[in-house]
Structures are given as C-alpha cells and as structure tokens.
Design a protein around this ligand. Structure first.
Ligand SMILES: CCC1=C(C)/C(=C/C2=NC(=C\c3[nH]c(/C=C4\NC(=O)[C@H](C)[C@H]4CC)c(C)c3CCC(=O)O)/C(CCC(=O)O)=C2C)NC1=O
Length: 161
C-alpha cells in the first residue's frame, strides 16, 4: 500500500533528486486537504450502515437482482452483497485517507472481476450500487470531501468494468 507522500517521494528518489515544484504541489494539495479527509472518514465510519442501506434502496431494491432468480435473491446472497458494498465503502475511505488508490488494487480489485464472473454476480448492477454510494456519501460529507471519495468509488467501478 502506498499513500500520497510515499508515492511522491518514491518517484523523486528513483531519479536521485529533491522534490521539484510539481512534486511539492502534489504534497501541498495533500496536506491542505488533510483535515477534510479525516473529518470525512469519521462521518463515513459513523454512518456506514446507513450509507450502504440508502445506496441499496436507490439502486438495487425492487430490481431484477432482488427478485427470484436474481443474484441478490435469498438472504444469504443479499447479505453477501451488502457485505461487499461495505468492503467498497471501507476501502474507498482508506484510499481517500491515504490519497492513493493502491490499496484498492491490492486488497479489493485483485481477482474480483473473475470471482464475480464465475459466481454470476452482475457487474453492471454492482457498479450502479457503487455509484449510488458515491452520491449518498457526497450528500453526507459535503461536496469537497464527496469529490475526494468519488475518485475512489470511480476507481473501484472502473476496476470492475
Ligand atoms: C475485501 C475484499 C473482498 C471482496 C471485494 C470480496 C467479494 C466477494 N463477493 C462474493 C460473493 C457475492 N457477492 C455478491 C454481490 C452482489 N450480488 C448482486 O446481485 C449485487 C449487484 C451485488 C452487491 C452489490 C453476492 C450475491 C455474492 C454471493 C454469490 C453466491 O455465492 O452465489 C465473494 C465470493 C465468496 C463469498 O460469498 O464470500 C467474494 C470473494 N471478498 C473479499 O474478501
């Protein structure tokens, strides 16, 4: 796992240089949004179950996936879906705090698409639910923090697509 600081430092270290102005700007941006990120993470962690529930209501409930024959039908599969969405929310929050998506590649997306395809989990519906979490989260944490979180929800969505 990397964060904004290690990724900037690693990139100048391989060139044996001090930070140039674009590297400095990246770090400055990260430090300036530090308080915003921490505040957003605490709001998200206090409301995680509600975020997932509202996102499911907005995107999946009463669609074909929750009807007999759908991939969320039966409590076991419904619960697996809710759990997956909670993983996405938690790891997107970690990535937002780190300011770097590498944790998503390593711990969430690695092999996920293949797993979903082999279990018949519909990727389009999953991406719709992730996008619904993005909207619900933004309405809760505000536009600026919502935008930061949006980067990582989008990263998971495109990693699955
Ligand atoms: C932290 C990293 C991590 C991730 C991401 C993860 C995902 C993950 N989701 C799974 C299943 C599943 N995932 C879903 C999800 C859904 N079905 C739908 O129709 C919805 C659209 C969608 C929710 C948005 C379902 C229903 C299953 C169970 C499928 C089955 O067993 O038939 C499985 C198979 C094993 C299991 O059932 O637990 C994995 C590995 N596991 C991990 O450890």
């Amino acid at each position: 796992m990397q964060d904004a600081i290690t990724s900037v430092i690693n990139s100048v270290d391989v060139q044996g240089k001090y930070l140039d102005s674009s590297a400095m700007d990246k770090l400055k941006g990260y430090y300036q949004t530090g308080a915003l990120r921490v505040r957003a993470a605490s709001v998200i962690s206090a409301n995680a179950a509600t975020i997932v529930k509202d996102a499911v209501a907005k995107s999946l409930l009463y669609t074909d996936v929750t009807r007999p024959g759908g991939n969320m039908y039966t409590c076991r599969r419904y619960a697996a879906c809710i759990r997956d969405l909670d993983y996405y929310l938690r790891y997107a929050t970690y990535a937002m705090l780190a300011g770097d998506p590498s944790i998503l590649d390593e711990r969430v997306l690695n092999g996920l698409k293949e797993t979903y395809n082999s279990l018949g989990v519909p990727i389009t519906s999953t991406v719709q639910a992730i996008q619904a979490m993005k909207e619900v989260t933004a309405s809760l944490v505000g536009a600026d923090a919502g935008k930061e979180m949006g980067v990582y929800f989008d990263y998971i969505s495109s990693g699955l697509s």
